[in-house]
Design a protein around this ligand. Structure first.
Ligand SMILES: [Ca+2]
Ligand SMILES: [Ca+2]
Length: 201
């Protein structure tokens, strides 16, 4: 009697499916140095064959879903809007006091904020730049300095000199395994605002 082999149906179906890579989620949070959540910050994720972007929500949180596992990725943040946000003559006074060693900034993040010219120094040129911005002589910071500069939240700067900022600027490289990757957090420093009066939007 002739016999015929019929492979199990599930094997046949598996043969029709494309190769599927397991996927994970990558998430994080963006805030100011004084813990205000930052909404609307553009977050990008790049890696082998992957380029995604999203924005932080009202709680400062972001999420990338369905990212292929076991890859190295770069997460970057950007929020280059409203350069004048939070910048007033009081910031000039405080920056001058820091420069004169009369009243030093109490966090290295304020030193980053004060460097309006982006040359990794806080000096009179920064005060002049802030003043020109307040007066409307300029509408953006020189040398491509963005309105907000971001550093990874787990970065530990020298409290007296946070420069140079960690590379790649405004980004963090992460090695993702087979589990969800959480806590890719950033701190935003508003250029020209050394007393935290900028609105964190
Ligand atoms: Ca400077
Ligand atoms: Ca201010």
């Amino acid at each position: 009697m002739k016999s015929t082999f019929y492979p199990p149906l599930c094997f046949l179906l598996l043969g029709l499916l494309p190769f599927a890579t397991a996927q994970v989620d990558i998430s994080g949070h963006v805030r100011t140095y004084d813990n205000d959540n930052m909404e609307g910050v553009v977050v990008t994720l790049t890696g082998p064959g992957v380029s995604m972007n999203t924005q932080t929500d009202v709680n400062g949180d972001y999420l990338f879903s369905g990212v292929p596992e076991n890859q190295t990725y770069t997460v970057c943040v950007d929020h280059d809007i409203d350069p004048l946000n939070g910048v007033s003559t009081f910031d000039l006074v405080l920056t001058d006091k820091h420069m004169q060693f009369v009243q030093l900034f109490d966090t290295p993040h304020k030193i980053i904020c004060a460097d309006a010219t982006g040359d990794d120094l806080v000096d009179v040129a920064d005060i002049m730049t802030m003043r020109m911005l307040i007066l409307g002589v300029i509408t953006t910071y020189p040398s491509g300095v963005p309105s907000w500069r971001f550093v990874p939240a787990d970065w530990v700067p020298d409290p007296l000199n946070p420069f140079p900022l960690p590379l790649p600027l405004q980004c963090k490289e992460i090695i993702v395994g087979s589990s969800n990757f959480t806590g890719v957090d950033f701190i935003g420093d508003k250029t020209g605002d050394v007393n935290g009066s900028a609105v964190p939007y």
